[in-house]
Write a protein that binds this ligand. Structure first.
Ligand code: PEP
Ligand code: MG
Length: 579
């Protein structure tokens, strides 16, 4: 009998295949002896790892849905309690002293002796506690080894043509998948505009997030259908369902092929207004997809992905090489290089220093420009590389998460410093390279009229603007129902930003996922948006909508929506506009 589970569809399309479940395996640790003078430092490293493990678990605990079964919270609480127990916090330190060995080894010795005690007690309850100990120890080992919380490394062959099912995937995990030829993925956690979901869309594979307890209902290798549009997974589909979904797959393919016909046409509304339509990318390799849809340029290059799945940060040459590849592929079209947006769900842990571990509330912490200004060792090589790349083509620099003028002034000072360095070395750069800011923190949108005069262009990042305006974690499926791009507060902030930029005579674009969503394109045109940067997968669909739009009709309708207080009424009118 077929069973259906419901989650949140975040990347359209249908996939039929067998399930591969991702488990978090134990970590390979090194065992080595220490010199006497290294012992105190090793103990400090161990204590930091324990603190980080507590933070990680508290963070997971905070994400347990209110209506979840009590067991989940209790399970995490049990792990948190173990992190207070001297068996795991004090005894390994004694072992480090006694054996003069590294922390990983000491912890392993202690874990082995606890496991042995459990093994000698033939009791099912106690044997369950044994696996809890092993899980907590694995967590500490991962931290000591600098392995991000959710990193996985499955064998390549296992993933080809598989439907990946995991409790959660970080953007770094999702990145690894692109080379494995997977058909779709499903996670138990995550929200519509989490970076994991965005990556799935740019990979062009169906994806569902927030499918609670899916791992409990689906067995490894079971055949399932993933409907990424409706967020539904069908377990053990019968012949009739399989026939239906194969037909949908075929229709989907035909629809995409038909869209190809508009590739060479200009992007222009019916009454003749030219609209700029560019693409969002995460890697130089994404340029293949941009070219395939005839993209006019890159409106958002998320450079922080250069930091994912590696132990040490990229140097200036690596940055420069990546940017050069994109510029070359663009053949004279512009690229907007966004400076690092590390932090929140895109963590980077430097294996040499173990710096960069997650805070309790990372989206409100040291993220993006805040982190860059605090850690110029990450930022300066990137700024140098962007400036040098600006000599090779049309480059614009975009700064994420800006809240106020002070940050802009600080960035300007750094750029000045780097220009001096480049001048001294007679290295070329574009002295007029446009400098822009993301409008993704409500403070920026509210003060747009004050700040627009200090920049050359603006770009609205709705993914974060919605998260921060409505106070909902974009990666948390439990509050996903509140994530509404047409909430009146969000629409007002978008309208304020567009108007302020136009008043200041500065171009404004939108690169958040709202611009890629077919439901909102007409509304955004009506609100005055004339430049979009979208996911390559959505590019032709958005273009088709723009080319079928008439601004004469849309402006009054958008004004009407701006006056509405009810989200249901807004949704109804939007449906009429899009019909
Ligand atoms: C945004 O916030 O809308 C945006 C484009 O940036 P990111 O999704 O990378 O945070
Ligand atoms: Mg953002």
């Amino acid at each position: 009998m077929s069973v259906t589970l419901q989650g949140i569809g975040v990347s359209k399309g249908f996939a039929i295949g067998q399930v591969y479940i991702i488990n978090r395996d134990p970590v390979e640790i090194s065992e080595y002896a220490l010199a006497k003078h290294e012992i105190e430092e090793e103990i400090a490293r161990f204590e930091t790892a324990i603190k980080t493990a507590r933070l990680q678990l508290q963070h997971i605990r905070d994400r347990v849905p209110i209506d979840a079964t009590v067991d989940i919270a209790a399970f995490i609480d049990a792990h948190l309690l173990m992190l207070e127990d001297s068996l795991l916090t004090r005894v390994p330190i004694d072992l480090i002293y006694e054996h003069q060995c590294n922390a990983e080894w000491a912890l392993k010795m202690q874990c082995d002796s606890i496991v042995q005690i459990f093994d000698n007690m033939d009791d099912p309850y106690l044997s369950a506690r044994k696996s809890d100990v092993v899980q907590v120890v694995t967590r500490i080992h991962r931290i000591l080894c600098g392995i991000p919380d959710t990193k996985f490394e499955p064998a390549q062959n296992d993933l080809a043509n598989a439907i990946v099912l995991a409790d959660d995937l970080s953007p770094a995990d999702t990145m690894l998948m692109q080379h494995h030829g997977i058909l779709a993925f499903v996670t138990e956690y995550g929200g519509t505009t989490s970076h994991t979901a965005i990556l799935a869309r740019s990979l062009g594979i169906p994806a569902i997030v927030g499918m609670r307890r899916a791992v409990h209902y689906i067995k490894p290798n079971e055949t399932v259908v993933v409907d990424g549009e409706n967020g539904v997974i069908l377990i053990a589909p019968d012949d009739r369902s399989l026939r239906y979904y194969r037909k949908r797959q075929y229709e989907d393919k035909r629809y995409r092929a038909a869209l190809n016909k508009i590739k060479a046409l200009p992007t222009k509304t019916r009454e003749g207004t030219r609209i700029i339509l560019q693409a969002n990318i995460e890697f130089p390799e994404d340029m293949t997809a941009v070219k395939r849809v005839g993209g006019e340029g890159v409106g958002l290059y998320r450079t922080e992905f250069l930091f994912m799945n590696r132990e040490t940060p990229p140097d200036e040459e690596e940055h420069f090489e990546a940017y050069s590849r994109v510029i070359q592929a663009l053949k004279g079209n512009p690229v907007t290089i966004r400076t690092l947006d590390l932090g929140a769900d895109k963590q980077f842990v430097d294996s040499r220093t173990h710096e960069g571990l997650s805070a309790i509330n990372p989206a409100l912490g040291l993220r993006a420009i805040r982190l860059c200004l605090k850690e110029p060792k990450f930022f300066k090589p990137q700024l140098r590389a962007i400036l040098r790349a600006s000599a090779l083509g049309q480059v614009r620099m975009l700064i994420p998460m800006v809240c106020g003028l002070q940050e802009l002034i600080q960035v300007h000072h750094l750029i000045e410093e780097i220009r001096e360095e480049l001048n001294q070395k007679s290295l070329k750069y574009d002295a007029n390279m446009p400098f822009g800011v993301m409008v993704e923190v409500p403070a920026m949108a509210i003060c747009c009229d004050l700040l627009a005069p200090y920049v050359d262009f603006l770009s609205v990042g709705t993914n974060d603007l919605i998260q921060y305006t409505l106070a909902i974690d974009r990666g948390n499926e439990a509050v996903n129902y509140l994530y509404d791009p047409v909430h009146p507060a969000v629409l007002r902030l978008i309208k304020m930003s567009i108007d302020a930029a136009q008043q200041a005579g500065k171009p404004i674009s939108m690169c958040g996922e709202m611009a890629s969503d077919s439901r909102y394109v007409k509304l955004l045109l009506g609100l005055g948006l004339r430049s979009f940067s979208v996911n390559p997968e959505a590019y032709l669909e958005v273009k088709q909508i723009i080319n079928n739009s008439d601004l004469n009709n849309l402006v009054p309708l958008a004004n009407k929506i701006l006056k509405m207080s009810s989200q249901t009424e807004i949704a109804d009118l939007l449906e009429t506009i899009n019909a």
